[in-house]
Ligand binder design. Sequence first.
Ligand code: PAF
Length: 295
Amino acid sequence: MAESTTPTEAPCRVVSTCRQIRAQVAQLRSAGRTIGLVPTMGALHDGHLSLVAASNAECDATIVSIFVNPAQFDRHEDLQQYPRSLADDVASLQSYNVDVVFAPPETELYPGGFSTYVDPPAVAEPLEGRCRPGHFRGVTTVVLKLMNLIPADVAFFGQKDYQQAIVMRRMVEDLNLPVRISVCTTIREPDGLAISSRNAYLKGRQRQQACVLSRGLELADELVGAGERDAATLVARMRQLFADAEITRIDYIAMVHPETLEDIREINGPTLAAVAAYVGKARLIDNRLLGLATT
Ligand code: PAF
């Protein structure tokens, strides 16, 4: 196992073709090294780097994939505007123990004639699935492709994209993939805002408004701590907080079971509070396991 999670100055190799990444994986495997995969769409931030650190801690070698996956964008405009910064991303990974960066062009993963997709599990249907039709079909398809190209021991995902992590766990289980899914804590700004590539879209006072997502989740947690059990009341109190901050475009505020993601009416057991809302043109998501310390 790797000995340290502290950044080092080992250079990482950047490859862009399926043939090259397979060769890199074969080399690492023949050296007997365990592999951690950190799938990303680039625009790397501290949240991604915490996944890299987790991989470094658990695996001998870490591979980061950087690919803005067109199949998971429901809106063309969003895909066009998604931040791309490969050179900066690679630079930020240089000081970490990353062995290989896999940054393929679109034609490498979706060559002409590509037409096979993964039908996502039922847990992909509510929340993000309802608001972003086709999103999880794109995610499951690209992650399965990445896992086939990079048969890792462990794949790392962030809790900020909670539903994505649950979808991944289900897919791995259902399709008997020999990889473990590790879900890492959400990394937050000092004021609570969950770190996300989409925070770059926040302008001026929107940055302040955006804190209301995590504050709303905190409020729900406090109310549960004070004995509130009615999910509708929690949602209403969060909606009021959002309205006070002039956040009116809300995709969902939901209290759901943390594994099935089914709606919960009374908080009598494990509950995930999840929210998706627009602040300006940034669609932000966040979540919190109620009754637990920090998430
Ligand atoms: O979380 C992301 O950045 C993406 O959904 C992922 C897992 C890299 C698949 O494109």
